[in-house]
Design a protein around this ligand. Sequence first.
Ligand SMILES: [Zn+2]
Ligand SMILES: [Zn+2]
Length: 64
Amino acid sequence: MNTSQGIEKVCPRCGAPFICHHENPAICQCAGITLNKNARAYLRTHYRDCLCRACLLEVAREMQ
Ligand SMILES: [Zn+2]
Ligand SMILES: [Zn+2]
């Protein structure tokens, strides 16, 4: 099984395609962005999946 490729997903927030590496949390783009408690709670409440990097950064900034 090849787990290094990531999973192609569509961002539920902006509709942009992106690659998620959820099966490897160490390289998932979500893990590369610092999200505080509020941002994590917001994402968990509104979205079942992770967002593209741009949206994660935006949420991280909004929830500061
Ligand atoms: Zn997005
Ligand atoms: Zn992810």
